[in-house]
Design a protein around this ligand. Structure first.
Ligand code: HEC
Length: 144
């Protein structure tokens, strides 16, 4: 098994365990999170396992899209939404990262992999909080 698959499986295991112990909300046990606060440390601890340290992505149990050169990074809200809410085979990190951590890791992704115009964008806690609120609102209106 390749190194990235092992780390991806390890991460998935970490996410699956607390989920098994809970009924529905919250999805993660309180108090479980990441200590890292800087963008580079958060990227290395979380994102690199699937998207690779150099952002080129990978193919394994799932397709992990490249972040390097990804035109979708031109839209900061899209990046924030992916981090907070996840996607098909990407876990949501909204409940394990605070606003500052989300902004830091998003800023790191933009700085390293984003289009030239985005590389110096600083993401404020307000932007992250606004995206959290928008996602919560959507989830509330989707509830039966
Ligand atoms: C467990 C593996 C995994 C981890 C960890 C992970 N991702 Fe992902 N990511 C994926 C997969 C799989 C997709 C594709 C999801 C889909 O198709 O909906 C994805 C999609 C994305 C996309 C959208 C790419 C596109 O072209 O649409 C962005 C942006 C992204 N991830 C950023 C991050 C960041 C930033 C982190 C760290 C905070 C991270 N991911 C952590 C697996 C992961």
């Amino acid at each position: 098994m390749s190194r990235h698959m092992r780390s991806a499986l390890l991460l998935l295991g970490l996410f699956a365990l607390p989920a098994l112990a809970m009924d529905d909300e919250p999805r993660f046990s309180a108090g479980w999170g990441f200590d890292q606060r800087s963008g580079p440390a958060l990227y290395a601890a979380i994102c690199a396992g699937c998207h690779m340290p150099d952002g080129r992505g990978a193919r394994g149990a799932a397709a992990y899209p490249a972040l390097a050169g990804n035109a979708r990074l031109a839209a900061t809200p899209y990046l924030l939404r992916m981090i907070l809410k996840g996607g098909k085979a990407m876990p949501a990190f909204g409940s394990v990262l605070d606003d500052g951590q989300v902004g830091a890791v998003a800023g790191e992704v933009l700085r390293r992999f984003g289009p030239p115009g985005q590389s110096a964008v600083a993401i404020t806690n307000d932007e992250v909080a606004a995206m959290r609120a928008a996602i919560q609102q959507e989830q509330r209106s989707q509830a039966p």
